[in-house]
Design a protein around this ligand. Structure first.
Ligand SMILES: [Fe+2]
Length: 395
């Protein structure tokens, strides 16, 4: 590996069962009024939100709430949340939820300091502003998925009237200022996670980790984090789905998701996520499912130019020996098999309301909304390549 690289993990990670009970002590370092960000539909999450509020209040931290986040959030939620943050004069943000909640909280943190709109800070916007600072965010993930608790990335949907593009867009704000200050990884919070959420989130963490290994920016430390995350998810997702009470398997998934996030924060992602974001924007497919559909095809496409990386990964996951001619095929088969076992879709049928030129839109979205992922793919990606990949995953 001859290129120069950097390693940093700006977020303090606190891992352990019952960690949510320490939220108050952690929050005190940043001030006395916390904006607690959570889901609009909190069904199944009530006990977790009660625990978070109790922990904060027990430490005499005043709590204001912004429980407005839904799945695959739009940038308007971030703008409204930043208004609330300023109005209540909050000192910090505590985000308790899955990737969408964490992303919204991070976006609110940035706008609280920098004003403007998320689109102004989005990489897909050619004249984007830099994210230089943010209000402090403590991230408490309740799913094992995006790893957003340790990344400098926040993904939102943008309607055409915001972007000036002819189609709806799903794109990432990226900048050092977006790293949460603290991530509290409490695996007990996964206890009530429904199997379909557990599966979709783990698929995201799994494919992110593989893409991190394959990225042109991969480095020796990111490869260790990502490679280990892949193995942990392949080993433990089937167990966690077979037995909802398997706390060890769920703890492994929680840790793997954070490791996957820490790895891709260093390396960026590749064409798998370019495809997945396009599927999300054009067809409205939830992120975990889009990633599960796009991931295997994207890995197969990159396999030719990244043979050693995938062979090492197959070895690290104890799937095959490095010199085994079938090591790469065995790795991809194993990934597909675990995703299939988790009942995730392998192909997508375009919904009836899809625009007639959906294939063009998918291709244009991948090129314009996720330029970094296209650039970091180890093999050249152009319109023809993307068209071919989308054709493979469309039923
Ligand atoms: Fe993802």
């Amino acid at each position: 590996m001859l290129h120069n690289w950097t390693f940093r993990l700006p977020t303090l990670v606190r891992f352990g069962r019952g960690g949510i009970r320490k939220l108050g002590e952690l929050a005190q370092d940043f001030g006395w009024t916390a904006l607690l960000v959570g889901y609009k539909d909190a069904s199944g999450m009530e006990a977790i939100y009660r625990k978070a509020q109790h922990a904060l209040r027990a430490a005499r931290v005043h709590v204001e709430t912004y429980f407005e986040v839904d799945a695959e959030p739009d940038q308007s939620l971030v703008i409204a949340g930043a208004d609330v943050y300023r109005r209540v004069r909050a000192d910090l943000i505590v985000a308790v939820g899955g990737g969408s909640v964490l992303d919204v909280a991070k976006g609110i943190g940035a706008l609280a300091k920098l004003s403007g709109t998320p689109w102004e800070f989005t990489n897909a916007n050619e004249s984007h502003r830099r994210i230089t600072e943010s209000a402090p965010v403590i991230a408490v993930p309740t799913t094992a998925g995006t790893g957003s608790e340790v990344t400098s990335v926040a993904v939102f949907n943008y309607p055409p009237e915001v972007t000036g593009w002819e189609f709806a867009t799903k794109a990432a704000m990226v900048g050092d200022g977006l790293h949460p200050r603290i991530a509290v990884i409490d695996p007990d919070l996964l206890a009530e996670s429904p199997p379909e959420i557990l599966a979709a989130c783990a698929a995201d963490a799994l494919i992110q980790a593989v893409e991190s290994c394959l990225s042109r920016m991969a480095n020796p430390i990111s490869a260790i984090l990502a490679g280990h995350a892949v193995r942990m998810i392949l080993d433990h997702l089937p167990r966690a789905l077979d037995d909802a009470g398997d706390a060890v398997a769920k703890a492994q998934l929680a840790l793997a998701a954070t490791m996957s996030g820490a790895a891709y924060d260093l390396t960026g992602l590749t064409v798998g996520h370019a495809l997945a974001h396009a599927l999300g924007a054009v067809f409205g497919i939830p992120h975990g499912q889009s990633v599960a559909i796009a991931g295997p095809a994207a890995i197969r496409f990159m396999a030719e130019t990244a043979q050693d990386v995938l062979k090492e990964l197959a070895c690290g996951c104890r799937i095959a020996e490095f010199h085994d001619d079938k090591a790469i095929a065995a790795l991809i088969d194993k990934i597909s098999q675990v995703l299939r076992q988790a009942e995730l879709p392998e192909k997508i049928t375009p919904p009836p309301e899809s625009p007639p030129n959906y294939l063009d839109r998918l291709v244009q979205h991948a090129l314009r909304a996720t330029p970094e992922a296209v650039k970091l793919t180890p093999a050249p990606v152009n319109e023809a390549v993307l068209r071919g990949l989308f054709e493979q995953i469309l039923a």
